[in-house]
Design a protein. Structure first.
Ligand code: F0G
Length: 461
């Protein structure tokens, strides 16, 4: 991809949703009322919402059309069979189990396989997979390569697992201690970076050697497959569908949040080969999510997912999608904004501690930048840094911060236009001019878990 190629939308707009730009005075008041927590800002008061790419996609006319045909039968609905057939075709596993979103799929899977003290390696666990493992007393182990933590490394597959460390880990623990291995594509907690086919193959080989199943956390599998096509030798002439099928052929199953690459607002699934495990998951599904042919979703949701998956692997769409994120990254670089390199498939991650280098980590530069960006331009983005992952070491009493202090600008799919991207870059340009005046933050209230959702902050004057 040329550095700043204009992303060309392979669609035109048929329905629009009004957004309103608030005044700076209004935003000041909203921030105060929200306790300087961007999660507490009403979405209507946000002009451009980059909080997440999850469940925020614009659906196509085709998706809406299929929704009308939704079969709402309790059991054996036509919509389920279309959903199942699409997933079997794209993923290639044997069984398909619908769930209401990704974390429900994770809960079912980990409930079935994780026991106290068991280990689940991943490149980097997303927070819901980690939480679903830890809540059952399991240990979530991150084994991404070192370059995942180096925002300046130009490597093209920074989502790769460190196969040396994986092999060592499995040799030491063995099958008894490791019920399964996961790979997250793309690696959301590590800059949205892709995993190469070579790495997937190598991980698969090691897992097979030790007799341990390999599962994908497949939320953004289509973006990952597109990166393989663009970057890995031997894949230029393969279709994204073929690449996805090959990726999955090295694994035993996948969990998926359809809210990402399936272009819907709600939904998820588990797909896998093992008959016994599938039967067990279905029993658990019936207890908590619903009958196996709807799993907590309406028939119309299943239709939207089936159609969304087909659109999500279309190459003109993916070229635009990944191109749009890349274009935003290039605009920000032109304004001198330090970002995690190369940009991810679904988001640009700003290196907040470098941008606000006058602030100490204890002053939460990522959070301060999220507040400043909203105040400046009504744009909402998500801190992935000291507030989200910082914790106090119980022995030393010192705060321990994550290695990267990021502000994630996640781009919803098919939602924002080129001018919106320029507006975001302009907002950063104005912030860059006055960044020394951006104040650090202090926590005034925090919950014991997942504190970023409800934390209350104030600015340090
Ligand atoms: N796995 C990954 C890699 C994710 O990014 C997410 C969600 C999930 C699992 C859970 O899926 O939300 O459908 O239950 N990520 C969203 C985000 C929330 O903003 O990155 P879910």
């Amino acid at each position: 991809m040329s550095p700043k190629k204009m992303p060309l939308e392979p669609f035109k707009i048929k329905a629009v949703e009004k957004v309103k730009l608030t005044t700076r005075e209004e935003r000041e008041k909203i921030l105060q009322e929200a306790g300087y927590n961007i999660f507490a800002v009403p979405a209507e008061k946000v002009f451009i919402d980059l909080l997440t790419d999850s469940g925020t996609a614009a659906m196509s006319d085709q998706q809406w059309a299929w929704m009308i045909t939704g079969d709402e039968a309790y059991s054996g609905s036509r919509s389920y069979f279309r959903f199942e057939a699409t997933i079997l075709e794209i993923f290639g596993f044997k069984h398909v189990i619908p769930t209401h979103q990704g974390r429900a799929a994770e809960r079912l899977l980990f409930e079935a396989v994780v026991r106290e003290g068991k280990h689940i390696p991943n490149n980097i666990h997303f927070d819901t997979t980690r939480a679903n493992i830890e809540v059952r007393g399991g240990v979530a182990v991150d084994l991404a390569g070192e370059e995942a933590y180096d925002p300046d490394s130009p490597a093209l597959f920074k989502g790769n697992m460190d196969v040396g460390r994986l092999e060592e880990f499995l040799r030491e623990k063995g099958k008894e201690e490791v019920p399964l291995v996961m790979i997250t594509v793309t690696n959301n907690s590590g800059g949205g970076q892709p995993v190469s086919m070579a790495n997937i193959k190598a991980v698969s080989k090691i897992c097979r050697k030790y007799g341990i199943p390999l599962f994908f956390d497949a939320c953004r599998f289509a973006e990952n497959a597109y990166f393989i096509q663009q970057r890995e030798s031997g894949y230029q002439h393969k279709s994204v569908r073929e690449i996805a099928r090959e990726m999955f052929s090295y694994a035993d199953g996948a969990t998926m949040s359809a809210k990402k690459d399936a272009l819907v607002n709600i939904g998820g699934f588990i797909t896998l080969n093992d008959d016994d495990l599938a039967a067990e998951l279905i029993n658990r599904l019936i207890i908590s999510e619903g009958f196996p042919t709807y799993g907590g979703l309406a028939g119309r949701d299943l239709e939207a997912i089936a159609q969304g998956l087909r659109e999500g692997v279309e190459e003109d769409y993916l070229e635009y999608r990944v191109g749009q994120v890349n274009y935003l990254a290039e605009l920000l670089k032109e304004e001198g904004v330090p970002i995690y390199q190369p940009p991810g498939g679904h988001a640009v991650y700003v290196l907040a501690d470098r941008f606000l280098s006058h602030l100490r980590r204890e002053e939460y530069p990522g959070w301060a930048l999220s507040v400043a960006l909203y105040r400046e331009a009504g744009i909402r983005a998500c801190e992935i840094g000291g507030v989200m992952f910082g914790r106090r070491d119980e022995e030393t009493g010192q705060m321990v911060f994550p290695r990267l202090e990021l502000l994630r600008l996640a781009v919803p799919r098919r939602v924002y236009t080129l001018s919106h991207l320029h507006y975001i870059a302009e907002a950063f340009a104005s912030l860059a001019e006055k960044k020394e005046s951006i104040k650090g933050m202090r926590i005034v209230y925090q919950a014991p878990y997942l504190r970023h959702f409800t934390v209350k902050m104030e600015e340090i004057s």
